[in-house]
Design a protein around this ligand. Structure first.
Ligand SMILES: *[C@@H]1O[C@H](CO)[C@@H](O)[C@H](O)[C@H]1NC(C)=O
Ligand SMILES: *[C@@H]1O[C@H](CO)[C@@H](O)[C@H](O)[C@H]1NC(C)=O
Ligand SMILES: *[C@@H]1O[C@H](CO)[C@@H](O)[C@H](O)[C@H]1NC(C)=O
Ligand SMILES: *[C@@H]1O[C@H](CO)[C@@H](O)[C@H](O)[C@H]1NC(C)=O
Ligand SMILES: *[C@@H]1O[C@H](CO)[C@@H](O)[C@H](O)[C@H]1NC(C)=O
Ligand SMILES: *[C@@H]1O[C@H](CO)[C@@H](O)[C@H](O)[C@H]1NC(C)=O
Length: 339
């Protein structure tokens, strides 16, 4: 009697343990598995997500990583080049995975739709990559509520509207790529006062930004700043300063108009690209002091007078006559002698 009772209750349990070891060792929380299967459905069940199978541990699915301590949670998603069957909206279910630290989605031309305000549900997000897709609409203001963000890459999408003035409130942001979209309007004044002292990169190139650059940008200090190929105007000299950590600065293809003679360059500059603007005046002697300069292009402006001699301005490949060409009246090596 006792034996039958034991076997009656225990046998199914033992059998269960024996046939489904995956269930017991599974890290994935059932709740998050459900969300991910919803994401897969919202993506249109691409064949590249065939490992996303309800009968296996989601922490082992392609592109998914979980925390390695209990309670195991999905903390990283990396999906790129998925074979989306046609235009598919950015899956809203992503924004229910509240323990995500890295959300990396890129190279999906069939990915459309907008970034929803609910992105701020992801209160642990550190890295957001959403680039080379066809996602459109504005950057939601709520993005600035994710105080943990250090890296944002939204380049090469179809995003539009104004740049959110709130972005510089992110306290530890280091890198923002927002180039190759359709952002319009002026650069907000707040971009001169980033809360983070660790800002390294800001790229806003190849957008439709316009208007005068605010004087407040005197306070913008990054190692890499790229504002090229917009419709920006005004006094771009505020972007420079002897005390700045600038290494690469690209203002090419705008309508900046200022006297370059009054500019003081930071000593760490390696690349200086000011071509195709309306910059005037005489090149300052300070340019010859830039010992790390590897690229220079000030062509297609309204510069005049003798090119300073020395430093890397003459005879340092690839800096050559084309770096200075098509100005009003620049002269002297590597251009023809002054008259
Ligand atoms: C999930 O995996 C099981 C066992 O490997 C397989 O029989 C089933 O067809 C899979 N389901 C899907 C939706 O791929
Ligand atoms: C995008 O969707 C179209 C159908 O609308 C399909 O022909 C094409 O292969 C898809 N491209 C990619 C890269 O998935
Ligand atoms: C992006 O979407 C637009 C329509 O909104 C479409 O014309 C274009 O081909 C798409 N781009 C890619 C790379 O699929
Ligand atoms: C962006 O979207 C617009 C319409 O919404 C479309 O005309 C355009 O082709 C898209 N651009 C790219 C690069 O996909
Ligand atoms: C320039 O670079 C050096 C060496 O990397 C660094 O120590 C210094 O702080 C930089 N200067 C500025 C103004 O950031
Ligand atoms: C400078 O820019 C002009 C115009 O885009 C280009 O033709 C030239 O090759 C560039 N020169 C260098 C050295 O970058």
């Amino acid at each position: 009697m006792a034996i039958t009772t034991i076997s009656k209750f225990l046998l199914p349990i033992l059998l269960f343990i024996w046939v489904s070891p995956t269930v017991l060792s599974e890290k994935c929380s059932p709740h998050e598995k459900k969300i991910l299967l919803q994401v897969k459905q919202e993506f249109g069940n691409p064949s590249m997500l065939s490992s996303w199978n309800a009968s296996t541990d989601c922490c082992n699915w392609d592109g998914i990583e979980c925390t390695n301590v209990k309670p195991y949670r999905v903390n990283q998603i990396e999906l790129h080049g998925l074979d989306l069957p046609g235009p598919v909206k950015l899956p809203p279910s992503f924004f229910n995975l509240v323990d995500l630290e890295q959300l990396l989605i890129f190279e999906m031309p069939n990915l459309t739709g907008q970034i929803p305000p609910q992105i701020s549900n992801l209160q642990k997000l550190i890295v957001l990559y959403l680039f080379s897709t066809n996602v459109s609409g504005p950057i939601p203001d709520s993005l600035a509520k994710i105080k943990t963000l250090t890296n944002i890459n939204l380049a090469g999408n179809n995003l539009s509207g104004p740049l959110p003035p709130s972005l510089p409130t992110l306290p530890i942001i280091r890198v923002i790529f927002a180039d190759q979209n359709s952002f319009s309007g002026p650069i907000p004044e707040s971009y001169g006062s980033f809360a983070s002292k660790d800002l390294i990169t800001l790229t806003l190139s190849h957008n439709k930004l316009s208007g005068k650059i605010p004087a407040s940008l005197k306070g913008l200090n990054a190692e890499l700043l790229d504002l090229s190929w917009n419709k920006l105007e005004g006094d771009g000299s505020v972007l420079f300063g002897a005390d700045k950590k600038t290494q690469e600065i690209t203002l090419a293809g705008n309508s900046f108009s200022f006297d370059i003679g009054k500019v003081e360059f930071g000593m760490n500059i390696t690349r200086l690209n000011l071509k195709h603007n309306r910059i005037y005046g005489q090149l300052p002697q300070g340019l010859t002091k830039l010992q790390h300069l590897t690229r220079l292009n000030v062509s297609y402006n309204q510069l005049c007078g003798p090119i300073p001699q020395g430093g890397r301005l003459q005879g340092y490949f690839p800096i050559d006559a084309s770096s200075f060409a098509n100005n009003k009246c620049l002269c002297g090596p590597p251009l023809p002698a002054c008259k």
